[in-house]
Ligand binder design. Structure first.
Ligand SMILES: [Zn+2]
Length: 93
């Protein structure tokens, strides 16, 4: 949803929430029903938290410049035995 602003001559700015691209040139004022012309303002971009913004940035970046794998991943090393001394006393198979 997007907030579109209209300005009534008698009652000032009114805001209307609509889906993107569905704005009309004029909107009836809720107080006097006069057609209020649309006011164009700077977009209020907000994507929420910093994590959401970082996710959107990564998504856009990979769409334009996807990561390319040029070599096989290195072999995994065998998992090391537990180093906890309490576990060393447990019976082994
Ligand atoms: Zn009005």
């Amino acid at each position: 949803m997007v907030v579109y602003q209209y300005r009534c001559a008698g009652h000032g700015v009114l805001e209307v929430h609509r889906p993107i691209g569905t704005a009309t040139d004029r909107e009836p004022c809720p107080d006097c029903a006069a057609p209020a012309p649309r006011v164009f303002t700077a977009p209020q971009l907000s994507f929420g938290s910093v994590r959401n913004r970082a996710l959107l940035d990564r998504t856009e970046r990979t769409a334009d410049d996807p990561a390319v794998v040029s070599a096989l991943p290195s072999r995994r090393t065998a998992p090391r035995a537990a180093t906890n001394p309490a576990l060393a006393r447990l019976p082994r198979p």
